[in-house]
Design a protein. Structure first.
Length: 300
């Protein structure tokens, strides 16, 4: 009993340390039953470039944000419920390795680890915690089945991916919130409420996706009028940030978290990895570009 009490106390201290590191803008992370499973740094692909982010895996949420001072100060905290995450493995390229997608209802993005072992460790622990969460708590419900597309980075193309007009200082880049393509203003004048991103704020939609959006909205309205409407899905939005790199680690069975709470979440001992994230990681363009041909685009 003393070992369990000590483990719970140390776990609360670890969570409080992360909570304080995001203060004063972060949300409260200390809640009953929450366990800090691991922490570390991954490269995250933003709209314009790859950036280092601090990631914290709990038994029910994934938290990440910008690094101001290693191990002590973070900003722009984002919290994702594990039940709303889907992971997709991606192939390595010549310049960019050990990456995969983290998909959420509001926004999806690429992350990259320093090594193959680190990548597999992150993916396995996220999957195991998610599976344990959904099996152990019926109130969590089923995972969200609607996920946002990964945004294609600004530098991936010099032309609009719809009309192929060249981008200039006046003809600026924008992103369709539905397909994630880089488009010009003329090709993205459509607006619509995407409730999984924001329940009230209209989002930018390209000229192709707006037709599908309107059809879906009309079908939904017809369903609502017939009494077939459903609850809207909600999710947190995301930003692009800067940061610096730190080590990362998994909490072992012999660590301060303790044997008992970990075994409730993991069916096998977590791995322990140490290492520094690569100083630079090149971006990779998403494989699917909808109806636009790759041969017609200027890709870097």
């Amino acid at each position: 009993i003393m070992d369990i009490l000590l483990s719970d106390t140390e776990n609360r201290k670890r969570i409080k340390k992360v909570e304080d590191a995001f203060s004063p803008s972060g949300v409260q992370l200390s809640v009953p039953g929450r366990i800090l499973m691991g922490e570390g740094t991954l490269m995250k692909q933003g709209r314009r470039k790859w950036e280092r982010k601090a990631f914290f895996l709990f038994n029910d949420i994934l938290v990440y944000g910008s690094i101001v001072v290693n191990n002590s100060w973070y900003k722009k905290q984002k919290v994702i419920a594990l039940k709303d995450i889907r992971q997709e493995d991606t192939e390595d390229s010549a310049d960019h390795r050990h990456q995969w997608q983290i998909c959420t209802p509001s926004k999806s993005f690429y992350v990259s680890a320093r090594s193959y072992e680190e990548k597999q460790g992150w993916m396995a622990h996220i999957e195991t915690c998610q599976r344990s969460l959904l099996q152990g708590d019926p109130e969590q419900g089923q995972p969200n089945l609607t996920f946002a597309k990964c945004w294609i980075p600004d530098q991936a193309t010099q032309k609009c991916m719809r009309c192929l007009d060249k981008f200039t200082g006046i003809n600026r880049r924008h992103h369709c919130r539905v397909c994630g393509l880089v488009v010009c203003n003329e090709c993205s004048k459509g607006r619509g409420i995407i409730e999984r991103i924001h329940p009230n704020k209209a989002q930018r939609i390209c000229k192709i996706c707006i037709h599908t959006y309107k059809e879906d909205e009309n079908a939904r309205k017809r369903g609502d009028s017939a009494g077939l409407g459903g609850d809207a899905e909600e999710g947190s939005s995301d930003d692009d940030w800067t940061g610096s790199h730190i080590f990362y680690k998994w909490i072992s069975e012999k660590s301060v978290v303790g044997i008992s709470p970990l075994r409730r979440c993991l069916q096998k001992p977590p791995l322990t990895f140490w290492g520094m994230i690569l100083s630079s990681v090149n971006m990779q363009v998403c494989k699917s570009l909808s109806t636009t041909r790759l041969a017609d685009l200027d890709l870097k």
